[in-house]
Design a protein around this ligand. Sequence first.
Ligand SMILES: Cc1cc2nc3c(=O)[nH]c(=O)nc-3n(C[C@H](O)[C@H](O)[C@H](O)COP(=O)(O)OP(=O)(O)OC[C@H]3O[C@@H](n4cnc5c(N)ncnc54)[C@H](O)[C@@H]3O)c2cc1C
Length: 422
Amino acid sequence: MNKYDVVIVGSGPAGLGAAFQLIEQDPNLSILMLDQEKICSGGLLNDCKQNYTYPVGFPTEYWSKEEADKMLHIVRKHLNPKILPKANLELYQQRAEKVKVTLINIDQAHVGTDKSKYLIQDLVTQLIDKGVDVKLNVKVEFINNEVKYIDTTKMNRIYYDKLVVAPGRKGFTFLQEVMNENGVKYIDNTVDVGIRIETRLENYPIVKDFYDPKFYFPNNVRTFCTNSGRALVTREKYKDFDIVNGHSLSDKGDGGNKLVNFAMLKTIGLKDPVRSGQQMAVHLARLANEIGGGKPLMQRVGDFRAGKRSKQSTFNEDLNDFKPTCPACPGDLGLAVPSKVMRDLWASMKLLDTIIPGILHPSTIMYYPEIKMYANKPQFIDKYFKVAENIYMIGDGAGTSRGITGAWASGIRAANGILLNK
Ligand SMILES: Cc1cc2nc3c(=O)[nH]c(=O)nc-3n(C[C@H](O)[C@H](O)[C@H](O)COP(=O)(O)OP(=O)(O)OC[C@H]3O[C@@H](n4cnc5c(N)ncnc54)[C@H](O)[C@@H]3O)c2cc1C
């Protein structure tokens, strides 16, 4: 078959959300879902923690609570989350309020990287059983929306009536090309820049009570994507630089590696005459990799406080008593992180240390860059994330979500738009 009613690029949660909604609402539709990987490569595979409370993962410029809650109800039906228990929430909230920090109460579930592949395989099998064509390991290289076709690496030209583009954050360059080639206007003015913190579980014991606590600090800084148990910091590879991220394996109840990692991110809203927030993020990431000899940087809090760089030779001595889980380059974050960003991140870490004393232990590692590559937001022409006649752009790459559940919800919303305009 080389013509489909709907072609979906990307089999992450955004693509899956669209595919399920379309085929369940109209089983007669012919649908093709493609992914360049053998299994979707974003957060559904990595760690797979799911947040079910607005506004976590839902950019408020596109989502009202009412709209998000409606969609979350459907997301739950597909992902069947086991909501984790929480303890001592009020205590932490009171401590946070005293220093003008907010800790929000979220319904969360966690699958773990080792188990999430089975969840994904099950979801894909369900789609195939319902009649969706799924082609993995096939990269979409070009889209022509005038004639309505896509060119891929491994299949012949494929024609569509409607196209859903959901390539995730890693696909941000692809998304940009599609926008440029098809005259889609975009807003390019927001960047999330930050560090990933890795420390001993005993220095951040809140995770025993709350898997992924979301703290909101002054100056648009927030904690994000906390992993514990068998937690690892990883390198996320882009064309000519790496950034850091984190995930963990499923809970085996044995305490795991007794480490925790989480991101501290600052959202920067850029104003005229900035040319490209996305390119700014790329430059920042490249600078850090340049200083780190092609790797991200890492520095112990003890060294940072003493105003000296971390070195390979000093990295594991004395109080620095756990090995980093990520192969990064010991160095000086001060050379790479813009000073305003570093100031706000450090101020937030100090506040966090008053709420959960321990995080500023000298052994705590700060990795950089943790930058979110979803800077370029298409200008949507309707509430269903339509960007041009017959094209919808959704998920983290397009900025309609910041997490699995928001991405899935974006897919449902785009599907609803397609169903209305059939
Ligand atoms: C290491 C890591 C851990 C994370 N952990 C979490 C977490 O625990 N919880 C959470 O909520 N979020 C997490 N996230 C964020 C999460 O990835 C996203 O919020 C979510 O996956 C976004 O969904 P998406 O469908 O937009 O994109 P993705 O899940 O990234 O899916 C996009 C898919 O499109 C494919 N693709 C891209 N370009 C093309 C192309 N040209 N042709 C064909 N296919 C293409 C990609 O291979 C990919 O599989 C994590 C991200 C990373 C990188």
